[in-house]
Every structure is written in C-alpha cells, then in structure tokens.
Design a protein around this ligand. Sequence first.
Ligand code: FDA
Length: 302
Amino acid sequence: MPVLRDFFITLSENQFLNSAAQKYGLKMGAQSVVAGTNIPEVIESMKELNAQGISCTVDNLGEFVYEKSEATNAKERILAVIEAIHENDVDAHVSLKPSQLGLDIDFDFCYENLMEIVGKAHEYNIHVNFDMEDYDRLQPSFDMMEKITQVYDNVGTVIQAYFFNAKENIEKYKNYRLRIVKGAYKESPEVAYQDKNDIDLNFIELIEYHLLNGKFTSIATHDHNIINHVKQFVKDHNIPNDKFEFQMLYGFRKEMQLELAKEGYNFCTYVPFGDDWYGYFMRRLAERPQNLNLVTKQVFTK
Ligand code: FDA
C-alpha cells in the first residue's frame, strides 16, 4: 500500500498532468468528490447539504501557485465565494491553502491577499480556515495566521497528527479554532511518523487535548474507530456539542455524514470546487486506493 500511496502523491505533484486535467474538465471520477467547477454549482451543492442539517466549508481548489497573477485570480474568486455565501445565506465557512494565495512567492504579498479575504469574511461573520500543506509550508502558515489574527479573530488552521511537533503546536495554538487531521502529504521520517498506528495514537491524543483545553475543535476524519472514540470521550468528559464538530470530505461516507448530523452532532462537509481538482483528487487516491472504485464506477456507468 505505501507504494501506491507514494505513486498517487507523486502524480498529485505533476504540473503537466495538472494542467492537462484542468483542460479536460472533471473526469476520472473526480466529479463524485468535487462539487462542480463554478460558484453557482458549489452554492447549490452546499444548499443541498444545509437542507440535511450539514454545514459546509468551501475550498476553491488550487495550490502551489508561483505566479502573482494566478494568486490574484484565486483571491478574486474566493472573495466572490464569500459574497455568494452571504447573498445566498448559506451555512458555510471558507477553507483555503496559503500557497494558492502566494505563500511561495512572497510572504507580504500573500499576507495582503489573505488580509483582504479575511477582512471581507469578517464583515459577514464568516470563519476562514487555513488548510495545512506540506512541512515546508507549516511554519510560514502558522506565522501568517499569527500575523493576521493580530487584526482579525475569524481565522483558524489545521494540526496534522503525523508531525512530531504537532503536540507542541497544538499547545501553542490552543486558543485558535483548530481542525485536527492525520495528514495527507508525503513527509520525511525525520519530521513525521510513518506508521499508521503511531499517527492514529497521536491523532487521538491531540483531539483529546484540544477538546479539553482548546477553543473549538473540528475532528476531520472518515475513520469510524476514531469517531466512535471521540463520541465516548465527549460523553465521559461532559464536553458540550457546541465545542466541536465532525468534518468529512464531500462525497465520502455520505451515509455516515448524515447519520452523525441526525444524531445531533455538529457536522461540517469540506466542499471543494473549481478546475484545479487534480492534485486534491490524487491525494484522495493516495489515502485510500479503494477510492479508485469511484473512478471505475464513473467509467462503467457512462
Ligand atoms: P484513514 O484514511 O486513515 O482511514 C482509516 C479507516 O477509516 C480506513 O482503514 C477505513 O476503515 C475507514 N475509511 C476511511 N475512508 C473511508 C471511506 N471513504 N469509506 C469507508 N471507510 C473509510 N490533510 C492535510 O494534510 N491538511 C489539511 O488541511 C487537511 N484537511 C482535511 C479536511 C477534512 C475535512 C478531512 C476529512 C481531511 C483533511 N485532510 C487534510 C486529510 C487528512 O489528513 C487525511 O489524509 C484523510 O482524512 C484520510 O485520513 P482519515 O482520517 O480520513 O482516515
């Protein structure tokens, strides 16, 4: 399995395949896990989820941007999404990747872009989450969040349980709204656990720590064992429902998403949309090669 994981992660980083994929639209089954390519489509998808008692976090797909013009386009698109959430009264917040807004180009340029986005979202009382990318972008993303939260309070980020320094970071950033995940990128054994059991154990420890000591916690996983553990933990420690939510990705374990919402837990679906779906989709295949079923289903149901 690690070989397949590496294979799909390598594919996710291939710039040529990425541009080719954008040209040919949502193919290869990606439409099952990406909620459309434009704002009206994603607003419709989120309204459908809201009608089922599920809130959303919307992601304008895109990452690893190296041209200022591309980062500016992404910023304009995210501002338009925020406007659309407000106009349509959708129960949603925004997730974004700092590298899409120019983190790899220039810190100050990225800061200006993010300030505009977070400022607009603040006007409408909309939260903005900075997704966490790979290790090279970890500290710059935390630095960015710290700088922006000197002005606005509607920002949070992600803690990835595979990193050795995750515990240290969760303690440092416990006063932020945090999403806790296992971690999706290929990282070196010098900085991250490689063994699934080690990652799972750290994941549970981090979730418990933030539930007990931190601000709002988003537990983002499709892993039923972890979810069941959390359900018992919040019960045992009398942690109220408004202190946490479960999150899953759009299109995955749809029945479980609905069940959790029906059971009365806050549930939030991560809803990606846009043309730049290729890297996101390849990472999902890397996590779970069974997701290839999504591909074969699309091929055979045409
Ligand atoms: P994992 O993939 O370890 O699966 C554990 C078990 O759960 C499986 O063995 C299987 O039994 C069951 N299972 C999992 N998926 C299933 C499915 N589709 N159907 C049936 N059973 C299934 N990463 C990152 O680095 N930065 C980020 O910002 C984010 N953001 C983010 C947001 C949200 C909302 C989610 C859900 C995830 C992320 N991630 C992320 C990705 C995350 O780090 C991780 O790679 C994936 O969620 C996969 O790990 P899981 O915890 O879902 O379980």
